[in-house]
Write a protein that binds this ligand. Structure first.
Ligand SMILES: [Zn+2]
Length: 115
């Protein structure tokens, strides 16, 4: 027993779970164009695994689906990204949920490297 009363996460288990989550997102990306519902189901499965093992979803994966309807995003199809007042505005076109992501100096530096 650890301090919080949870049993300690087994390293191998966590590693396998993370791999499984990544694989599910790859599968979702492959089918997103043809079958939207299947892609959404892959996202749901990935979330369930993350919840079971109490893992934090990496932010790069978090940005790939809607936090409200859990639909897998295909930019231009069901996702709109706009820049407004130094913030990125993500707008889900299927459930109309939106959220803002501030562009801080760190992300600006990263984006300037890319382009
Ligand atoms: Zn949505």
């Amino acid at each position: 027993m650890t301090k919080k009363g949870y049993s300690k996460k087994k390293k191998l288990e966590v590693e396998l779970a993370m791999q499984h989550i990544e694989n599910l997102f790859v599968l979702a990306a492959n089918v997103a164009d043809q079958d939207k519902t299947l892609a959404t189901r892959y996202v749901a499965a990935a979330r369930k695994i993350a919840m079971k093992f109490k893992l934090r979803m990496p932010s790069r994966l978090k940005r790939q689906f809607c936090n409200h309807c859990y639909e897998y995003f295909v930019p231009g199809k069901n996702l709109r990204i706009r820049l407004h007042k130094q913030r990125l505005i993500y707008y889900c076109l299927s459930c109309k949920h939106f959220w803002r992501k501030p562009l801080n100096s760190k992300t600006l530096r990263l984006s300037s490297k890319k382009f």
